[in-house]
Design a protein around this ligand. Structure first.
Ligand SMILES: [Fe+2]
Ligand SMILES: [Fe+2]
Length: 220
């Protein structure tokens, strides 16, 4: 099982206390002033005051993705009786649960996607449907999903690097990405021979669906 990444100790404190990078002020109504303490925020209308707006949108998509990822493996475990695949799914599912809990620590509930039930159902089907056809279809699916997730996390890391902000959060996302890459490689190796046309078509659909879900989750 991939080691559960630890949130740097400062990270939740930074988020909870409103200590953030200078660019956080870009989405704060009092742009240029100090961020208000959390106690004051309880009585004020909820605002994405702590992190830059673009980063909150990215984290919303990460949260939606990790919630979906947990459900992918539940979908597999619901139907598959293949011991090796069940072990794979249980192990990966535990890692995804760890990722989900990490993102939940940095993304306030009010910032999460309102479409979470849809992402969960989509995730479940993304695991359940290929599992109907056997382990190879599942491994190819996981390869497709994790290939997408690797690029998704990488573009977030690139922007954080470009802006030079949130190093603690960057470390968390980088650790999640490293574990997704490990999942991808393990799935690719288990797939064996290159997938045929049908499986490649399904993998394309999974990648396309993941991209569409990320775009939606960034907004709502
Ligand atoms: Fe994950
Ligand atoms: Fe993963």
């Amino acid at each position: 099982m991939g080691a559960k990444p630890a949130v740097p100790e400062r990270l939740p404190q930074m988020v909870a206390s409103g200590i953030s990078s200078p660019s956080a002020a870009t989405c704060h109504p009092s742009n240029g002033r100090h961020v208000r303490p959390r106690m004051n925020q309880i009585t004020a209308p909820p605002r994405p005051a702590i992190l830059p707006r673009w980063l909150l949108a990215e984290l919303r998509s990460d949260h939606a993705g990790e919630a979906g990822a947990v459900m992918i493996y539940r979908g597999i475990l619901t139907i598959s009786r293949d011991p090796a695949l069940r072990e794979f799914a249980a192990r990966h599912g535990a890692t995804e649960q760890g990722h989900l809990e990490l993102i939940e620590q940095v993304l306030p509930p009010r910032q999460r996607s309102v479409l979470l039930p849809i992402w969960r159902v989509a995730g479940f089907l993304t695991g359940f449907l290929p599992a109907l056809f056997g382990s190879r279809a599942v491994y190819a699916t996981i390869d497709a999903v994790e290939t997408f997730v690797d690029h998704h996390y990488q573009q977030q890391l690139d922007r954080l690097d470009a802006e030079g902000i949130e190093p603690a959060l960057r470390a968390v996302l980088a650790q999640c990405q490293a574990e997704e890459i490990h999942h991808r490689d393990e799935a690719r190796e288990a797939t064996g021979a290159p997938p045929g046309v049908l499986l490649r078509g399904w993998a394309w659909l999974v990648g396309f669906g993941s991209a569409a879900a990320v775009q939606a989750a960034k907004r709502i």
